[in-house]
Design a protein around this ligand. Structure first.
Ligand code: FES
Length: 107
């Protein structure tokens, strides 16, 4: 049976939405959010250079790969970066992300 990855997204207006992504899809979180109609420009195409895919991890940060230098450098430039800030384009979807909860911040 095909498994699914469930990610809860808190919208800027405080409402939440549950995304169900089929396992085996070779996408990063930025691409999933765009495909789910979130308004993310992704002008750099997922190269950790534009920060328009800025998100905050609300639950499940231990499930994620550590931030690479390029991501840390970009987050450093953001005035609204938080402790659990990430760039969604740097998070590859894997089944271990099931149960993740995030907030879309954008930039
Ligand atoms: S899409 Fe540009 S930093 Fe993520």
């Amino acid at each position: 049976m095909e498994e699914a990855i469930h990610i809860t997204v808190e919208n800027p207006d405080g409402t939440t939405r549950q995304l169900e992504i089929p396992d085996g899809i070779n996408l990063n979180l930025m691409e999933v959010l765009r495909a789910s109609d979130y308004d993310i420009l992704a002008t750099c195409g997922g190269m950790a250079l534009c920060a328009t895919c800025h998100i905050e991890i609300l639950e499940g940060s231990e499930k994620l790969n550590p931030r690479a230098d390029a991501e840390l450098d970009m987050l450093d430039t953001l005035p609204d970066a938080r402790e659990q800030s990430r760039l969604a384009c740097q998070i590859q979807l894997t089944p271990s992300l099931d149960g993740l909860k995030i907030r879309v911040l954008g930039n």
